[in-house]
Design a protein around this ligand. Structure first.
Ligand SMILES: NC(=O)c1ccc[n+]([C@@H]2O[C@H](COP(=O)([O-])OP(=O)(O)OC[C@H]3O[C@@H](n4cnc5c(N)ncnc54)[C@H](OP(=O)(O)O)[C@@H]3O)[C@@H](O)[C@H]2O)c1
Length: 273
């Protein structure tokens, strides 16, 4: 019989990057509900303070720390601040990600490549490295990377984003292999379309009514016939963060409403900005 207390995060310290809104906020709440104290980090302190305030109302400790994770020189200071506050890190959810600005392979410029890669892949890798060094000294921990279904099956016109997320899936496997001897598990969650500011950025350039229609059209293409919600990612994060997943490492869990098993309509490049 399974001991359901293995899902509990009581007494653990979790760090959620990109925790100010969207999927990160949903995960931060889920981890706190499961018992963890939480550090939320992103660039904008006021948004983080609001989330931390809501988490504290659940009876957990919550600390907001602002940091730009697309600049890896900020990582040591961030990790030092967390260690000063809590003295340990049991769970890292590496969720912060850059918006996949649309563009064709023929048009994309180096600046866009650097912006997306510096946050989605380089920032993620070096944040996990810094935290893994701490977890090694502590005797273990759980690292969760937020990748994307686009890292498994490419979507047209968000190529650099898809490439970065495929890199996240391989970073997950590569780190899981090397860190297993230290009892550090590394897994990833690959969301499909989830209702957040990032998803809405696909249609920002359109008038409001047209954007709404396009979002509804996108929802109809999902086999489950809807866009997911951020809290539908939180359950997998609780599982991967907790002892319930103690034999799971290097894995990527798809949460995409069935998108990757479906065929997509190919969008004409002349219809996108
Ligand atoms: N929504 C989807 O459909 C979907 C699907 C698949 C995968 N994902 C992945 O899920 C993750 C979260 O996405 P989301 O949809 O929740 O996006 P979102 O609503 O745009 O949230 C992104 C979060 O990342 C933070 N962030 C952005 N740039 C940052 C930087 N340079 N340094 C530190 N923090 C930064 C943002 O806060 P600040 O602006 O304050 O920095 C925010 O907290 C991303 O990795 C994304 O690729 C999303």
């Amino acid at each position: 019989m399974i001991d359901l207390s293995r899902f509990s995060l009581e007494g653990k310290v979790a760090v959620v990057t990109g925790g100010s809104r969207g999927i990160g906020r949903g995960i931060a709440f889920g981890l706190a509900q499961a018992g963890a104290d939480v550090v939320v980090t992103s660039r904008k302190l006021p948004d983080l303070e609001a989330v931390a305030g809501e988490i504290k109302a659940l009876g957990r400790k919550a600390v907001p720390i602002a940091a730009h994770l697309g600049r890896i020189e900020n990582i040591p200071t961030l990790v030092d601040q967390i260690m000063k506050e809590f003295g340990r890190i049991d769970i890292l959810v590496n969720n912060a990600g850059a918006s996949p600005a649309m563009g064709t392979v023929l048009e994309c410029e180096e600046r866009l490549w650097d912006t997306i890669m510096n946050l989605n892949l380089k920032g993620l890798y070096f944040m996990s490295q810094a935290v893994a060094r701490i977890m090694k000294d502590q005797g273990g921990g759980s690292i969760i990377h937020i990748s994307s279904m686009d890292g498994i099956k490419p979507e047209p016109y968000v190529g650099i984003y898809s490439i970065s997320k495929a890199g996240v899936i391989m970073a997950t496997k590569s780190m899981a292999l090397e860190l297993a001897p230290y009892n550090i598990r590394v897994n990833s969650i690959a969301p499909g379309p989830i209702s957040t500011k990032m998803l809405d950025s696909h249609w920002f350039h359109l008038p409001e009514e047209q954007a709404k229609a396009e979002k509804e059209k996108a929802a109809r293409m999902v086999p489950l016939k809807r866009i997911g919600e951020p809290d539908e990612i939180a359950g997998a994060a609780i599982y991967l963060a907790s002892d319930a997943s103690s034999f799971t490492t290097g894995e990527t869990i798809l949460i995409d409403g069935g998108c990757t098993i479906a065929s997509f309509e190919f969008v004409d490049p002349s219809t996108i900005k």
